[in-house]
Design a protein around this ligand. Structure first.
Ligand code: FAD
Length: 153
């Protein structure tokens, strides 16, 4: 997997469990654009272990000035999300893979219904027709999102 070193530009707690991270090129270069629903793999050098977790991109797909992700801390996991919450600070550098999209829309469809819950809403955040500018999305195609959480953030 090809990765590039990106600087952590912002770290913002959104809730007690979810933190938003913004990554930018250290030299201010533009990053490759992506399509709505794409994710990146973040490499985390955690002691002797190199952790690799996928995170959906929540920033504007047509804005190459940076990538943003939202990470939910899961203390029952192998440690990747905990690492992000406890070790990653503005000014740090992390290696990040190129955007990959496992949730791209079938652009032949006229209507899309996207359903997500909890942190699973992240790929839906950028699911609007503008996210698909440059693609052959059908004219007037409609995208509806249904989301839910167990409790209010
Ligand atoms: C395409 C994609 C996009 C994603 N986008 C986001 C996102 O936007 N935001 C976000 O917060 N997360 C996202 N994730 C999930 C993310 O990659 C991590 O899984 C999550 O952050 C937890 O990481 P972790 O290392 O702390 O835990 P992990 O080790 O990944 O564990 C996650 C859960 O799986 C269970 N588990 C782990 N190993 C085992 C095992 N061997 N047997 C049984 N259960 C096990 C753990 O109990 C834990 O609850 C995404 C995942 C994918 C694949």
């Amino acid at each position: 997997m090809t990765t590039r070193s990106l600087r952590v530009a912002e770290v913002e707690p959104l809730t007690s469990q979810i933190t938003r991270f913004r990554f930018e090129d250290p030299d201010g270069a533009q990053l490759p654009l992506f399509s709505g629903g794409a994710h990146v793999v973040v490499e985390m050098p955690d002691g002797d272990v190199l952790r690799r977790n996928a995170y959906s991109l929540i920033s504007d797909p047509m804005d190459g000035s940076g990538y943003e992700i939202a990470v939910r801390r899961d203390d029952a996991g192998r440690g990747g999300s905990r690492y992000m919450h406890t070790h990653v600070h503005p000014g740090n550098t992390l290696r990040i893979g190129a955007p990959v999209n496992l949730f791209s829309l079938d652009l032949r469809a006229k209507k899309h219904l996207l359903i997500g819950g909890g942190i699973g809403v992240t790929p839906l955040r950028v699911a609007n027709p503008n996210s698909f500018r440059g693609c052959n999305c059908r004219p007037n195609c409609s995208i509806r999102c249904a989301t839910g959480t167990r409790r209010r953030a």
